[in-house]
Design a protein. Structure first.
Length: 405
């Protein structure tokens, strides 16, 4: 996961649409990767016994909800083979009908229609009534459980299909020889918006708000928290960006209503995406460990990459480097964590993608061992330019092999 090298007093980054020479790149030429960092918040040290019991009761209800929907998808595996007809617009502007498989949202809608009583679906059997399993559970907890159960069953059915389609004599080599077990997932609780509120105003008072189960009721409760200092800066970035997106969405809705449109244009959809280089908070996860309760809060940001693989490779030699999930160029400075230099930077091995340094700090740490010397000719030229008796090269043997410290 990428770090936050530039949080404290870092200079502003160049725009994602602006290249190193100042030229403005076209949107079609810009690609993005997503950098992720998870901040851990400790909940346990100052919480009283009643609050800790409420957390345990919440996790127990979460396990029951996941088991309920896991069994639902196991009983009806045909849901993963359902397809629907959609209307798509081709390049020449004509509209055609196309058959596509159900999406995750479609399976979520189906699961709620057969387990939650509504005026549109009043007839639900007692064995499929989710209210009897988790009375009063918030909507977001139910939907998180649906996603968890659906993912577990989908993976199980895929493994089972591969196991059944493999020749029995070869099963021991490819799928470990045994039949996949029926899933019994116990994932960590993913707290959506109705379950957790990690806001800057509350965090500055050293607490977060969680919706937990107390007896038969679900209540919002304040929990004291301990977190690193830079979380304040990341929360500020996230809240400002979410306010910008919400304001832009409101203006677009008014414009669409005035023009009589129901769909957004590509430019309007692009305006609703997070700005490159800005950390955006995601849904936290509640985890119980030996040393207490923890809330893992992930942050994501978009980083622009431009050019082919060789262009990004040369950008590493210029001193920028690569991020955690993809390479970077001079169009966006990486904020990767300072990783230790990879083995093989100058030890005679080939300089592939796995041996490139993670960030510019690694280039400074390696000293004379320049990771950007891709070819033996470049290494030989560097050895010829270096004064005799200086540097870390081996004067005997193959040219360009650096002596390891």
């Amino acid at each position: 996961m990428s770090g936050v090298q530039g949080l404290r007093g870092a200079p502003p980054q160049p725009s994602a649409w602006q290249a190193a020479d100042g030229a403005v790149a076209q949107p079609s030429a810009v690609k993005y990767v997503t950098a992720t960092r998870t901040v851990r918040l400790c909940l346990g040290p100052e919480a009283n016994a009643g609050k800790l019991e409420a957390l345990a009761a919440t996790v127990t209800a979460w396990d029951r909800a996941v088991a309920f929907y896991t069994q639902l998808f196991l009983d009806r595996p045909g849901v993963f083979e359902q397809r629907k007809i959609v209307t798509v617009t081709t390049a020449d502007g004509t509209q055609v009908e196309q058959e596509v498989p159900w999406s995750e949202k479609d399976r979520l809608t189906w699961a709620e229609s057969v387990t939650v009583k509504t005026p549109a679906h009043p007839d639900i059997g007692p064995q499929h009534d989710f209210e009897g399993t988790c009375p009063g559970a918030p909507r977001d907890l139910r939907r998180a459980a649906i996603h968890a159960g659906c993912g577990a069953v989908r993976g199980y059915l895929g493994n089972l299909h591969r196991w059944e389609s493999t020749v029995p004599k070869r099963r021991g080599r490819h799928v470990r020889g045994r039949k996949p077990k029926i899933p019994n997932p116990h994932p960590h609780l993913t707290a959506y918006a109705q379950m957790a509120a990690v806001q800057m105003a509350n965090y500055r008072q050293r607490f977060v708000r969680l919706k937990v189960r107390r007896g038969r009721r679900w209540e919002w409760t304040n929990y004291p928290v301990q977190a690193p200092r830079y979380l304040d800066t990341m929360l500020q970035q996230s809240e400002r960006e979410r306010e910008r997106i919400a304001g832009t969405r409101g203006h677009q809705r008014k414009a669409m209503a005035a023009e009589g449109r129901k769909k957004r244009t590509p430019v309007e959809r692009q305006a609703l995406r997070p700005a490159p280089g800005v950390w955006l908070a995601q849904s936290p996860t509640l985890i119980r460990k030996v040393d207490g309760w923890w809330l893992h809060l992930p942050f994501e940001k978009r980083v622009a990459i431009i050019g082919k693989a060789e262009v990004r490779r040369k950008a590493v030699a210029e001193g920028w480097g690569r991020g955690s999930r993809g390479p970077f160029t001079s169009a966006a400075r990486p904020e990767g964590r300072h990783h230790r230099p990879q083995r093989g930077l100058g030890g005679g091995r080939g300089l592939g993608r796995a041996t490139l340094p993670r960030c510019a700090h690694d280039l400074a740490c390696t000293g004379e061992r320049q990771a950007g010397r891709d070819t033996p000719q470049d290494q030989a030229a560097a050895a010829a330019e270096r004064p005799p008796g200086q540097g870390g090269t081996q004067q005997s043997g193959a040219v360009g092999l650096y002596r390891r410290p």
